[in-house]
Design a protein around this ligand. Structure first.
Ligand code: SF4
Ligand code: SF4
Ligand code: FES
Length: 490
């Protein structure tokens, strides 16, 4: 294994390690624009130039392999001058957009200019090459060609990660610009990652741009609940509003996020967000809605069925299991067997629900019917009133239709309410309340609230607790963890 010395520190590295990666292992940061750990090396920006003993000129650290006995300097005067010159070169044609650029505050040009240059430009603003600005390319992105430094990260992302190859560098020299290939559109399911990896403000997100300056945003660790992959993410929020989801790269599950998953936060602040109960199609306050639902449950007596949900947390499924036990019904189900695995070769899972594995933990302890048997009992009329979270109710929609069973459902958004539901009870989303999810690999995702729920909207377990109280079943739940009585170690 080659031994390399960087700025006086020596390290043995695996064969094939670049000087930039070796420096990183030693805690020495080398600036970079075109290098990205998950993309091929293109070595075009020259920002990573370093001095290598016995080499006649400076070398790019990202594309130079560490060799045995190599001695590297990243902080010599020669390197500092080169960095300043590279920045001057990259900024020659860069527009004076910072005050109106949405990348300000997280821009690689701003940051490196402050860290490695601070030189005055020798080029007149009026001599800059003009390029196309604000081009809407695809459903999620806007491209400003004038701001592009031609690092080709976006081009490589589309050819190497999504393998859709929509982008290319057109023309040559200072006529070069990034564009869509003829007849193509940028509509793969991963396009917002391009805005993340673009080191400047050339690609920006249509959803996020101009909504908030980045320095106002706070970051909270979350997981995407868009499918069973359960990608780790970061919610950027301020004053009780979520502005965007970004990936939280990790070795086990995800470097990127899919576009559909990124947009899941929008349901939290959508216009159809439920803050009240719904009886048939009319909105009513939560308490009368709970009373009405409880009356219908009492009417049905033993013909009540409780369906858990792979869209609910482990704790909220556990609360439903306690309610079923309190009602002394054998008609309950926490059995959701979906085919799992990556469907698109990147991240999106074959299982569209985030917590079938978590519901299985409840089933392992509390038992219950298989989903098919539960649906058969609904279809036959043996179960006359079904209690189910809205999307889980969709799993037995044919049985509900066949028998006309009464559905009492729980939903966060009006758009999720299944057709024909008799009563709907609102609950807080998992950006607003704590809960545990288990992804398809068996990794637990413990979610904590990022923003507050709309006034009067309670966590799911609390709604179940109240519904139980109105039906004469005292669950005595004061927190999500209370619902885990008897399940703690499973
Ligand atoms: S648009 Fe951004 S990511 Fe693409 S080449 Fe230009 S600077 Fe790089
Ligand atoms: S792959 Fe699934 S979990 Fe990951 S971001 Fe997309 S929807 Fe969310
Ligand atoms: S990061 Fe090495 S040349 Fe761009």
């Amino acid at each position: 294994m080659p031994k390399i010395t960087i700025d006086g520190k020596t390290l043995e590295v695996a064969k094939g390690t670049s000087v930039l990666e070796a420096a990183q292992l030693l805690g020495v940061y080398i600036p970079r624009y075109c290098y990205h750990p998950k993309l091929s090396v293109s070595g075009n920006c020259r920002m990573c130039l370093v001095e290598v003993e016995k080499a006649p000129k400076l070398l790019t650290a990202c594309s130079t392999e560490a060799a045995d006995g190599m001695v590297v300097r990243t902080d010599s005067d020669k390197v500092k001058t080169a960095r300043r010159d590279v920045l001057e070169f990259l900024l020659i044609n860069h527009p004076l957009d910072c005050p109106i650029c949405d990348q300000a505050g997280e821009c690689g040009l701003q940051d490196y200019y402050m860290d490695y240059s601070r030189a005055k430009s020798r080029f007149a603003a009026e001599d800059k090459v003009r390029r196309q600005k604000r081009r809407v390319l695809g459903p999620h992105l806007v491209l400003d060609n004038e701001r592009c430094i031609l690092c080709t990260r976006c081009v490589r992302f589309c050819s190497e990660v999504t393998k859709t190859s929509e982008l290319d560098v057109m023309e040559r020299a200072d006529h070069s610009y990034i564009d869509l290939k003829e007849g193509r559109s940028l509509d793969n399911n991963y396009t917002l990652n391009i805005a993340d990896i673009c080191p400047v403000g050339a690609w920006t997100s249509r959803d996020f741009r101009f909504k908030s300056r980045v320095w106002f945003l706070k970051k909270a660790p979350v997981a995407c609940l868009g499918c069973a992959t359960g990608c780790l993410a970061e919610a950027h929020h301020n004053e009780n509003v979520i502005y965007r989801l970004l990936p939280r790269p990790n070795a086990e599950t995800n470097t990127w996020l899919c576009d559909r998953g990124r947009m899941t936060y929008k349901a939290v602040q959508a216009g159809d967000r439920l803050a009240k109960g719904v009886i048939k199609n009319g909105l009513i306050d939560l308490e009368p809605a709970l009373r009405e639902a409880a009356t219908r449950i009492d009417e049905a007596k033993a013909a009540v069925g409780v369906l858990g949900s792979p869209w609910l947390s482990v704790e909220d499924n556990a609360a439903l299991a306690l309610l079923a036990a309190g009602m002394k019904t054998a008609n309950f189900c926490f059995d959701f067997k979906f085919e799992t695995g990556i469907a698109d070769g990147i991240l999106v899972n074959k299982d569209p629900s985030p917590n079938a594995a978590g519901a299985a933990r409840v089933k392992a302890v509390r038992g219950g019917l298989e989903l098919q048997a539960f649906a058969a009992k609904v279809a036959s009329g043996e179960i006359k009133t079904v209690l189910a979270e809205a999307r889980a109710a969709g799993l037995i929609k044919d049985a509900l239709k066949t028998s006309g069973a009464r559905l009492i459902t729980f939903a966060t958004n009006k758009g999720d309410i299944p057709a024909g539901a008799y009563a709907t009870l609102p609950y807080a989303s998992y950006f607003e309340t704590a809960g545990t999810f288990v992804n398809y690999q068996g990794f637990e995702r413990r979610l904590e609230p990022v923003v507050a729920a709309p006034e009067g909207v309670k966590p799911f377990w609390a709604v179940v607790n109240k519904l139980g109280a109105y039906s004469g079943v005292l669950l005595r739940l004061d927190s999500a963890d209370d619902a885990m009585r008897g399940l703690e170690k499973k």
